[in-house]
Design a protein around this ligand. Sequence first.
Ligand code: NIG
Ligand code: FE
Length: 398
Amino acid sequence: MLLTNLNAATMRNGYGLVADAAILIEHGKITWMGPRGVAPHHHHSINCGGRLVTPGLIDCHTHLVYGGNRANEFEMRLDGVSYTDIAKAGGGIFSTVRATRAQSDAELVSASLKRLDSLLAEGVTTVEIKSGYGLDVRNEIKMLRIARELGKLRPVDVVTSYLGAHALPQEFQHDRDAYLDLVCNEAIPTIAAQKLADAVDAFCEKIAFTVTETARVFEAAKAHGLPVKLHAEQLSNLGGAKMAAGFNALSVDHIEYLDREGVEAIARSGTVAVLLPGAFYYLREKQAPPVAELRRHNVPVAVSTDLNPGSSPIHSLLAAMNMACMLFGLRPEEALAGVTANAARALGLGDRGVIAPGMKADLVLWDTARPGDLSYPLGFNPLSAVIRNGTLVKGKLA
Ligand code: NIG
Ligand code: FE
């Protein structure tokens, strides 16, 4: 089909706006895009009424498969107890681990679908989902299988990351090395062999794993051909991002405390900086990520919800874009690039995130004129239609 009369934000070089554009879609891919006046003729042409079109949105960092509820911790934090203290007392991630282990597949699937549907309602066509609330091999595999299953139940591509090094399980509290043995020698080989994960992630932080421990996990990932990404410099500057750059990490995420040396390292490795303003907001952090330094070094910046039950229960990628602007000073153009072109890069996906010939035909039509309108309001969804792999999956085209 040929879509015409669109205001296209192609996301090639900033917005890459093409006014009065046409997009030709054949066999699930974009085969031509440009001004309507010079578009190829096609028997199935649809006038889209001047709506804005963007690439399908990509949420490149979520923990949306989990059991339980942590609203009690929200109240504790409001009373002045810190995220770190809650974690040290066996709450936080551990609380979700207990609840996730206790739930059946069916319970996890139905709870996760509700969260996923919130993202899809705003035009997400690719979502990354991490494990990390099972920790033992059986429950990590359970989480990864469920994440893959969600991609069959809904019109969305699910990309998975194994996050066994999310927290030291309580049953290993006195034997860190034994847990890392399990991650590196049992979990990663099994998960790689069964193709359950597309990448390996870790949490490098005082309440989680050291730089040396994380490097060990990355060595195992590399040995099994899996790319890596890292939760780094969220609460303190341990130098995890620099180490991750040495493994050509796809992305380093959070990075509030990343210093100039760290920015230079990820600039050299081509690693994407993923900003997670939801966690910054919920934890009432004070130090924002080094956005000016990232710009100076031309580091690609992505934005994501970090959807999780503890530090970032936000179920809206549009809200994350707004928060990235309000809290971190991103421009709306950077926020949109952060959930399209740069989010694709953070997942190592070269076939999406921009509107161009050869790309997957994942597109969102919006009832709004200008792309900046997507980052401006909060709690307003101007979505009009979603096309995935060239097929209409939500709304109307004409
Ligand atoms: O990305 N930083 C570590 N992991 C999650 C939070 C997990 C949780 O609190 O359950 C994050 O913020
Ligand atoms: Fe996270």
